[in-house]
Design a protein around this ligand. Structure first.
Ligand code: GLY
Length: 417
């Protein structure tokens, strides 16, 4: 099977390495890719937001399967264009992708499907903002109602910080979603979905804040671990039954069946799961940890989803133990990152590339905010953490920073529902 992966992050590098381990995959291509993906696939410098360009590439290389990583091409309808051209595609069409692209649409689908989520109000007029803020908080949850790569959400006990973020979004012409705060530890559950068949992967947990102890602003994700030792075994099936399957059924009933990866971001409390957000694609960096533990062939699972035969897929098999991924970020991330610096040790074991490129001399240099994802695996979280941080110690990038506590609270038994 010849597979084309769309995207350029650590998530896509992990997808490519997982596909490379599948004997049914004979050839790998990626667009645009990064300096690391070039060692496992052929990189193609193509504008992945252009449906025309992606279809042309898939046709030129004779792709048997296209796997779309990021949300932007999905929301723009690239999967629709590929399917219209007869190419098997993993990723939802533009209508279903609104489950991530529009928070208001997601709330409407959840209400119709009877799925538990935060109370929410959309504000699109600055004159209504103060009264709306008074109906929420503390704690305030303020979301940009659009794609913001995980950085459009501010969660704060400080009303003026909540107001400033909301005013900023409104000034930029984006409606704002105010939500009631959901308490309880967060879970990312990724599910393969073809219409109404739902197959969950291992639950994972992201670390969204930039600093140790969850200090500082939100980022796209600074690290993750899987599975979750504190999550009761039956919770994964409960999330499928109470959250993901009803939403998939609702999207099908609306004539926009979801095909691809439905990512439920949840808070778990004594009552069970409540949705924080949905995404229409694999999460980054959780994917790097989850796929590290996947024993079943990845290409077979993604192709079955794309072809609508997920119900016939044998149950997924997983390696025992745990996986941890630590993100190495460039100086100043999540602000405007410093780029163009050489990275030493970037070709080490377990090092996945995200914001990297090669300069004119062929040296791997930083080229984005989240530069590398470093993965470790072990018999348990302590072993996985030790391996990830040992591998990270072999990397040098001037000004770079990372969290030192990925998976630590779970390892120390400090997370409970
Ligand atoms: N891990 C957060 C995201 O992928 O949006």
């Amino acid at each position: 099977m010849r597979v084309l992966v769309i995207g350029s992050g650590g998530r896509e590098h992990a997808l490519l390495l997982g596909l490379d381990r599948d004997p049914s995959v004979s050839e790998l291509h990626v667009a645009p890719g990064n300096a690391g993906t070039a060692s496992v696939a052929t990189n193609h410098a193509v504008d992945v937001a252009s449906a025309e360009a992606v279809v042309a590439l898939a046709t030129e290389i004779g792709a048997d399967l296209v796997v779309i990583g990021p949300e932007v091409p999905l929301v723009l309808g690239v999967a629709d264009a590929l399917r219209a051209a007869g190419v098997d595609t993993f990723g939802p069409g533009a209508q279903a992708a609104r489950i991530e692209g529009s928070k208001a649409f997601a709330k409407d689908v959840m209400a119709a499907a009877g799925v538990r989520t935060a109370r929410a109000e959309t504000v699109d007029n600055p004159a209504d903002l103060d009264a709306a803020l008074d109906r929420f908080g503390p704690t305030w949850v303020v979301k940009d109602d659009g794609l913001a790569a995980g950085k459009g959400v501010v969660v704060t006990t400080d009303r003026s910080a909540a107001r400033a973020h909301a005013a900023d979004c409104l000034e930029n012409g984006h409606p704002v979603l105010l939500e009631s705060f959901l308490d309880g530890p967060e879970v990312s559950l990724f599910c393969l979905v073809d219409g109404e068949t739902v197959v969950p992967l291992l639950p994972a947990q992201d670390h969204k804040r930039v600093g140790d102890g969850d200090a500082g602003p939100n980022t796209g994700g600074m690290g993750a671990y899987a599975p979750l030792p504190w999550l009761p075994d039956e919770m994964t099936q409960r999330i499928v039954d109470e959250v993901v399957a009803p939403v998939a059924a609702e999207l099908s009933a609306r004539g926009m069946p979801f095909n691809g990866l439905l990512y439920a971001g949840l808070a778990i409390d004594a009552e069970g799961p409540a949705v924080v957000e949905f995404n229409c694609r694999f999460g980054d960096p959780e994917t790097q940890a989850v796929l590290e533990l996947m024993e079943s062939p990845l290409g077979e699972a993604l192709a079955a989803t794309a072809r609508g035969t997920l119900a016939d897929l044998p149950p997924l098999r997983w390696h025992d133990g745990a996986a941890v991924v630590v993100v190495l970020a460039a100086e100043n991330y999540p602000g405007r990152p410093r780029t163009g610096d050489p990275i030493r040790g970037a070709d080490g074991e377990g090092i996945l590339h995200a914001g990297t490129a090669r300069d004119a001399d062929g040296t791997v240099v930083s080229a984005g905010g989240r530069v590398l994802s470093v993965v470790g695996r072990g018999d348990d979280l302590a072993g996985a953490r030790a391996q990830a941080y040992e591998r990270l110690a072999g990397v040098t990038l001037v000004g770079a920073h990372h969290r030192t506590d990925i998976g630590k609270a779970a390892e120390d038994g400090l997370i409970s529902i």
